[in-house]
Design a protein around this ligand. Sequence first.
Ligand SMILES: Cc1cc2nc3c(=O)[nH]c(=O)nc-3n(C[C@H](O)[C@H](O)[C@H](O)COP(=O)(O)OP(=O)(O)OC[C@H]3O[C@@H](n4cnc5c(N)ncnc54)[C@H](O)[C@@H]3O)c2cc1C
Length: 497
Amino acid sequence: MPIRMPEPDRTIMARSVEIAKALRRLAPGARVIDHPDELRPYECDGLTAYRQPPMLVVLPQTAEEVSRILAWCHAESVKVVPRGSGTSLSGGALPLADCVLLSLARFNRILSIDYEDRLAVVQPGVTNLAVTQAVEHRGFYYAPDPSSQIACSIGGNVAENSGGVHCLKYGLTTNNVLGIELVLMSGEIVRLGGPALDSPGLDLLGLLVGSEGLLGVVTEVTVRILRKPETARALLIGFGTVDAAGACVAAIISRGIIPAGMEMMDRIAIHAAEAFVGAGYPLDVEALLIVELDGPEAECSHLLGEVERIATANGATEIRVSVDEAQRYLFWAGRKAAFPAVGRVSPDYYCMDGTIPRRRLPEVLARISGLSEHYGLAVANVFHAGDGNLHPLILYDASIPGELDKAEAFGADILRLCVEVGGVLTGEHGVGVEKRDLMPEMFSETDLDQQRRVKFAFDPKQLLNPGKVFPTLHRCAELGRIHIHHGAVPFPDLPRF
Ligand SMILES: Cc1cc2nc3c(=O)[nH]c(=O)nc-3n(C[C@H](O)[C@H](O)[C@H](O)COP(=O)(O)OP(=O)(O)OC[C@H]3O[C@@H](n4cnc5c(N)ncnc54)[C@H](O)[C@@H]3O)c2cc1C
């Protein structure tokens, strides 16, 4: 389904040679890409259904270069789309035909590590996993662990407030970032937060984390590093029904136990993962939970016993407890590789991301299965059960005309369902372009207007990552959120596209 993006400004596109020259002059250390063949790799992110090569790509190396580039683009009204590693699943880094794509790939250095204060200062292009790799020899790690951690950048994690398996206990990116350096669209360089646990004034750092590249370009990040727990043990628990697994998740949390991670996979996901990595998963179950407990040895073994009891009471048909680190990694290997594994059993899949109250898990999974029958498309569920963060993977074949549209309609119904049961449109992948037009399902006209005003305060000319997060106004009108009286459109100051 074609997605409506802001109309490209032909006068800007006609100036692309001049703009490339200006970028080279402003940032002599930066690499500027303008050849159509070399622009191709940047035409999409992880949401590959939408593609658009940018007008130009620039790869600066310092905050000062970013500042000069943004200030010039601001003065010349040129749009800028920031990009980390391009793994976003919501189209957050999708370029526009008239934009400069600003890649942070060359900001790839770890600047300092302070074990006493338990923090690391890193550039935004450093991959998530590289932070842990830099500190693990001293027994430390960086807790948020998206499944894409081998590739995704810390800057992208900040922009999307990314999560992962261990965020149930240790918090999302927002709980693990202490400070950032940010370049505003005007070119001004600002610092928010810092090495201390709190900073004076409004919590602008909290606002920036998860702002999807709409408010500024992150050029440095101070992250919290944690001591590796003394022990970590994982349980692999099989169930005859998805309902029973969902009930077990709710029972564990309501007992007051917060596992380090609690993930669920359904039959399709289990079989795909097992065929891919051979993790030894049981194949005669309908749902599998992986529950990890960590901490001091005594606490861990006590909680293991508790979780085993709860699982048995909730009808578990199989329970295995990891005996060593190799087995614990094996339990996780299938889960961590579940997305690519599903990619092997279907020509294409569409990964959704919505969050629901945990207690509604069984009902929501049953309704997703009903929608799957309605649309005639299979769905594999593999998700952060402890957080109620669902990731239904809708299987389809893009070469069959109309199947992508069907998959998108199915996905939109899933997200509406999440909102209907008291949840939210996204858990960790962001709104981007993917969920942009569903925003009025969740937010009132007033809510959206307030959010837009925050964006205006940072970027009054709407040049930074335009077309993302905020719904097109025609969509708001369709959904009855905008009342047009005698032809007078509300919010006349907002850009229309
Ligand atoms: C196989 C797979 C598994 C995944 N698993 C998870 C998961 O478990 N949890 C999870 O949360 N996500 C997951 N993701 C999604 C994705 O990896 C995350 O959203 C990640 O944080 C994106 O980082 P990136 O560097 O690739 O950012 P990009 O895709 O390049 O950009 C994402 C957004 O951030 C903005 N941005 C990037 N860098 C900056 C910067 N320096 N300053 C300002 N804005 C910036 C971009 O404009 C864009 O809006 C997965 C993706 C894939 C492909």
